[in-house]
Design a binder for this molecule. Structure first.
Ligand code: HEC
Length: 113
């Protein structure tokens, strides 16, 4: 009988953890202020006049300021999971959490820079 009680408790704990995890995922919302503090590694490429970079070769960097929030989130996820291939963006996006992606997307969607 004691054992059954323990099992029941364990199941309850698992259910709680799972539902908490699910709601935490759904609640990832971007914050413009937080994104503004996280963009230091983006502005080297995305914040320069004319959107060109000279390193490693001269290439054009797309303008992301003012882009649609969902579009930014999905393209960053696409680089991170390998659907979109670009060496710099894949490397950068792998360092980002879901929250970072949401914050940066909110920041750039606000079109500040
Ligand atoms: C080393 C330069 C570099 C850095 C640093 C960099 N990017 Fe990029 N980014 C690029 C280039 C080049 C592309 C275009 C790649 C391609 O053709 O897929 C790009 C593409 C993107 C796109 C897709 C744009 C589109 O129109 O589809 C997003 C979104 C983006 N970057 C966000 C970011 C964010 C956010 C950061 C900082 C966390 C960042 N990038 C850092 C160079 C960079």
């Amino acid at each position: 009988m004691g054992f059954q009680k323990v099992v029941r408790h364990a199941c309850l704990a698992v259910t709680v953890v799972l539902s908490f995890g699910a709601s935490a995922m759904a609640e990832v919302k971007g914050s413009v202020e937080a994104g503004a503090k996280k963009n230091s590694m983006c502005i080297g490429c995305h914040g320069i006049p004319n959107y060109k970079t000279a390193y490693p070769v001269l290439y054009r960097v797309p303008k992301i300021a003012g882009q649609n929030y969902e579009y930014l989130v999905s393209s960053l996820n696409a680089y991170r999971n390998g659907e979109r291939a670009h060496p710099s963006m894949v490397a950068v996006s792998k360092t980002l959490t879901d929250q970072d992606i949401a914050d940066l997307s909110a920041f750039y969607a606000a079109g500040v820079r």
